[in-house]
Ligand binder design. Sequence first.
Ligand SMILES: Cc1cc2nc3c(=O)[nH]c(=O)nc-3n(C[C@H](O)[C@H](O)[C@H](O)COP(=O)(O)OP(=O)(O)OC[C@H]3O[C@@H](n4cnc5c(N)ncnc54)[C@H](O)[C@@H]3O)c2cc1C
Length: 461
Amino acid sequence: MPDFLVIGGGITGLAAAYELFREGQDFILIEENDYFGGKVKTNLRDGFVIEGGPDCFLSEKPQVFQIARELKFEDKIIGTNDEFKGTYILSGGRLHELPEGLMMMVPTKIIPFALSPLISWPGKIRMGMDLFIPRKKDDEDESLYSFVTRRLGREALEKIAEPLIGGIHAGTPEEMSVKASFPRFVEMERKYGSLIRGMLAAKKAFSNRPKTKSNITYFMSFQKGMGELAENIVKNLPDYKLFTGKKAVKVTYQKGKYRTYLTDGEIIESKHVILAVPAYNAAELLEEVNKDLAELLAQTGFASSATITLAYRKEDWPFKVNTFGFVVPRIEKRHLMALTYSSVKWSYRVPDQSFLLVRAFLGGANNQEDVFLPEQDMVNLVLAEIKDILGVKAKPLFYEIFRWPRGMAQYKVGHLERLDKIEKLVFEMPGLALAGSSYRGIGVPDCIKSGREAVRNLLNK
Ligand SMILES: Cc1cc2nc3c(=O)[nH]c(=O)nc-3n(C[C@H](O)[C@H](O)[C@H](O)COP(=O)(O)OP(=O)(O)OC[C@H]3O[C@@H](n4cnc5c(N)ncnc54)[C@H](O)[C@@H]3O)c2cc1C
């Protein structure tokens, strides 16, 4: 009987397993898929690096660097090719470059912002009013919609915040909790009384940071894609402790012992269980352990999305690409959510420079049904959108589709209050921990933090 059972071998479960290993604990990890990494999934194909889920992590969060340093694969980390940094936004059917100095959704440089045709003059003046609008008086949660329209106005919401910021969660601004999804913005308002002032301060702090020799960019990845992160953690753990193809169906608790039932009839007994699975899976598994907890977990919202990577010969693409890609606001009423020129944004993504790798995003809160289209319909839809928006008629050499049903947790207004109740119930259960993207951060660094903290909390309990 292992002391610890980790259920779920995504990046969260792997981080938990690694922490247990470091602490010399007796553990096993089970994963239902035939691979480790969960949404962190990269396919390597004839020199192409094809990301299924995340294609980067945020460099301002230290957890990926930390684990890579501890396991000595830091040298595999790469930055973006920032000479091509521009991102475009589709507006009125045309692509407009995001004005230089626009950070997240906040303008920090006056002249490029003033000259940009993306936002109308009344819209620009409204955004500038952020400098004068008093900070929110109470501490109540509010939606991203309410927060952005209050501080920057409706045009900023529709053209910038919704596709750029809401898009990170594939969510609906009217529902998303700003406190749970973007605590940084709330903190900026609280501390500086203005997002513009807050962003200028963040920019100054970033440029004053101690300079390192390495190329630190806002988004970072690995030479062989994000899969290299999962792969290196797995490589450093004893393989007899990690199992794929094992799905848990039920957990029970009796006399200080958890019993986890698997689909193949096996029962694993352990003193501790770490559920590193999405909240809807955790809800099903914990039904018999604690009904109230299971009900609260089941209330977590999720959005589905799909990524379609298309490989082209550069000579077939009618123009030279020198940007990271574009995002599509929902007011444009299109299916495409965003498109990334992966091989321009990153090095090491194509076998040689005669190829172009493009990644399209479908689904999200507004077009969930697209995620479940038959393969050929999905590809035709993406190619039609690319033709419409970019005028590109070229046929790809090949494509790869990844579907993520209920792949992205939605932190809706009230998420943090529900989380408090969940955490209280979990705390009362000896030996139980929940970790992962359903709770306090969906990004890969947040998941690593959550997995490692789950172990520390159990050891200190
Ligand atoms: C399309 C997409 C793009 C993204 N882009 C980024 C990005 O660029 N940067 C970023 O930081 N984040 C990004 N994210 C978010 C990030 O990838 C995820 O939040 C994170 O990978 C989730 O990790 P996890 O381990 O918590 O969950 P998962 O990856 O979902 O892992 C959970 C694992 O548990 C297993 N499991 C579930 N139930 C059971 C069971 N009963 N028994 C056994 N095993 C079970 C599953 O098979 C899965 O492998 C993106 C997400 C998506 C979907």
